[in-house]
Write a protein that binds this ligand. Structure first.
Ligand code: PSV
Ligand code: MN
Ligand code: MN
Length: 389
């Protein structure tokens, strides 16, 4: 079944913005091999230029997230100006406490105050960057935990984490926020200090209103009902951001909507139910790597997947669903839900894009644009950026 989209749906879709991660444009791989590709950016400026292509062809990705130190530059004002010339803005600043020998046994939870202070100082540096880039969000993902029962004092680590976060939170301006990402395992395999939304919630709730939870869709045990967590965090006013990606097994960081489009649909239904796409509290970010596929088209495909599932979620007939629910008509309610999910919105979205001066088919338009050939010819010499450097 294909459909036309109502003016209300189109005006909701017009507000949609997906933040793309700078690291998606660098080379990446697995712990076995990182593959290099021609034309890959050599510095943060080139990553932003590539990200701007995604926005140019889709109108959907006006903001780029950075990662410190991978995107460290001397002049952040120049980077911000460059982004704006390219038609995008700099968004979330992601910290990194997972690539330094000092953090082998923890960073913000470390027993040694010297190392803990070093990790705190790194976050303060990230906030300095935010001041210069005009970013709202500091995103913290902690690779901290232990591998063996008995190895660590779990409770003392929670206390030290709270203490560290208090210091970081105190440095934020009134317009800035801290978002704390959870992940159920990896790199630690026995315990992780922020393994789930409950722990993240407990830690940020103790900080204040400008501390929120980040939900990375790839960071849950298989079978977890992620849309329930989305609903609950929105209900509590604590959903700060999404890291969208998809997974088959663990933290696969594949293209959002590729593994389980129905799960993405269910998540977006709860987003709309909980305040909509323009919810001022929620940043919709991608956190993906493109190990074997082309990176810029991989990002274009990703934001289009989010848009397509959003359009389907907006098609859900709320009135009919409410009536079926109040009649306890289980099968009717499910049918209404599935009808929206099964509706093909792609032709309607293509026509709508064209009516707004965007390419009907962004994937083909990018391929025809010549940009890829240009960067492959121009970006010779220097060291290609990679996930992790
Ligand atoms: C590691 O799991 C991770 O993928 C987290 O999801 C972070 O958001 C990302 O790296 C960037 O630091
Ligand atoms: Mn993430
Ligand atoms: Mn991850």
């Amino acid at each position: 079944m294909t459909t036309t989209l109502t003016p209300e749906i189109l005006s909701a879709l017009e507000q949609q913005a997906v933040e793309v991660p700078s690291w998606a444009y660098g080379n990446s791989g697995t712990r076995f091999k990182v593959f290099t590709t021609a034309g890959t950016p050599r510095d943060p400026f080139e990553k932003i230029a590539d990200a701007a292509q995604v926005h140019r062809h889709t109108g959907l990705a006006p903001v780029v997230a950075l990662h410190i130190p991978w995107d460290r530059v001397d002049d952040y004002a120049a980077l911000r100006d460059f982004a704006s010339e390219q038609g995008v803005a700099i968004g979330t600043i992601n910290s990194n406490t997972f690539q330094d020998d000092d953090y082998k046994f923890g960073a913000l939870t470390h027993e040694d105050d010297r190392i803990r202070r070093k990790a705190i100082d790194h976050h303060l540096e990230c906030i300095d960057v935010m001041d210069r880039t005009g970013s709202r969000d500091l995103k913290i993902w902690l690779a901290e935990g232990s591998n063996y029962p008995g190895q660590s004092d779990l409770r003392a680590r929670q206390d030290r984490l709270q203490d560290s976060l208090q210091t970081i939170y105190a440095r934020l301006s009134d317009e800035q926020r801290l978002v704390l990402e959870y992940k159920f395992f990896e790199p630690a395999f026995y315990h992780t200090d922020v393994p789930d939304w409950g722990t993240s919630y407990a830690q940020v709730a103790a900080l204040g209103d400008r501390a929120m939870v980040c939900l990375d869709t790839g960071h849950h045990a298989p079978g977890t009902n992620i849309e329930f967590i989305v609903m609950q965090l929105l209900r509590l006013g604590k959903l700060g951001s999404f890291d969208f990606n998809s997974r088959f097994y663990a933290d696969d960081d594949l293209i959002v909507g590729a593994a389980d489009p129905f799960q993405l649909f269910r998540i977006l239904v709860e987003v709309i139910r909980g305040g909509g796409l323009n919810h001022p509290d929620v940043t919709f970010m991608l956190d993906q790597c493109h190990n074997v596929e082309a990176k810029i088209p991989g990002q274009i495909r990703s934001v289009l997947n989010v848009q397509e599932m959003t359009a389907r979620a907006l098609l859900l007939d709320g009135e009919a669903l409410a009536a079926a629910r109040s009649d306890n008509d289980v099968l009717a309610a499910n049918e209404i839900f599935m009808d929206a999910f099964y509706t093909d919105v792609r032709p309607a979205l293509a026509a709508w894009r064209e009516s707004r001066g965007l390419p009907a088919d962004p994937m083909r338009a990018y391929a025809r644009s010549g940009y890829q050939q240009r960067i492959e010819a121009d970006r010779v010499g220097g060291t290609q950026a990679s996930w992790g450097a």
